[in-house]
Write a protein that binds this ligand. Sequence first.
Ligand code: TXA
Ligand code: MG
Length: 345
Amino acid sequence: MKTQFFSVKDPRDPVLQTVGAILRNGGLAAIPTETVYGLAANALCDDAVRGIFRAKGRPADNPLIVHISDLSQWDALVTEVPDAAKRLAAAYWPGPLTIILPKSGRVSDVVSGGLPTVAVRMPSHPIARTVIDAAGVPLAAPSANTSGRPSPTTAQHVKDDLDGKIDCIVDAGPCPIGVESTVVSLAGDKPRLLRPGGVTPEMLEAVLGEIDIDDAVFHRLADNETAASPGMKYKHYAPLARVVILKGSFAQFQQYVDAHKTPGTMALCFAGEEGDLSVPAIAFGEAGDDAAQAARIFAALRELDKRGATTVFARFPQTDGVGLAVFNRLVRAAAFQIIDLGGAP
Ligand code: TXA
Ligand code: MG
């Protein structure tokens, strides 16, 4: 299949109506959102949704997020919108937050991976919203990467993974947040954070009171554990290189890299540190700037692959604010390998 490429700056660009029609008619389109690029299909058409799984090589039991542009679309997708969900949506939609609730009969098992629940998000990106409006249907959309690869934050990343496998790619520049949405389940007795993202645990607790944080946010699940969020059980965000996170001061990091480098070793460091390392280095934002780190982390992981890194030593990001999401993604890229060098970060 020939993938069409549309560069769009203005949400009023008429080409977005064409993209809406492609989607309504069962096609696949990669679109920008404020978090990462998504691979969209008509959520009400099983054949279209199966196309997403095929193009990404995604396991069929990993459910998709359904994207809406208007609150009225939510009612049809779930059995009921409880009060807590209404308050969350009022506080953080449109935005980087996905809310899981029991699904209605309109959501097929293809979308929900066989689960009795559905994940819904209203994105804030003006181009994503225009495309959902133009399609006139809710859009199922996972991140637009090949399954297992780092999520795409530019249209070029999407092209690198999916060119020839989907109908079109809408390029609107880099995604401002850079890590995927926060996923919270309101389908159980107590609200549960399944994946950290742009909406922090503190922001959720400000609306919901105390929440549970799923074990999979911090730890590798044992083989016999079931993931509340199926995506968490797969090897994720993995670059081709072996990644090891080093926890400690920059001086300790420099020393460790010096002592352990081999040909092909590279560093994933904070901005400004590149010149003070004895191996090629790529930065993922300034030290202490969680938003900048989130915006850069996936592009940096892809860049290391492009440059042929075989081993990557990474700085330990902060874990507060959006930093928790950065840490969650990086620790998966590192297959949970962290070496504590003993000092302060
Ligand atoms: O920011 C985002 O969320 C991006 C953009 C495109 O909106 N989308 C995204 O989708 O990251 P995806 O498919 O890459 O990640 C969705 C995550 C997966 O870990 C999946 O297992 C989980 O959400 N998920 C989806 N539906 C679920 C459900 N009903 N119950 C539990 N987890 C669910
Ligand atoms: Mg994904």
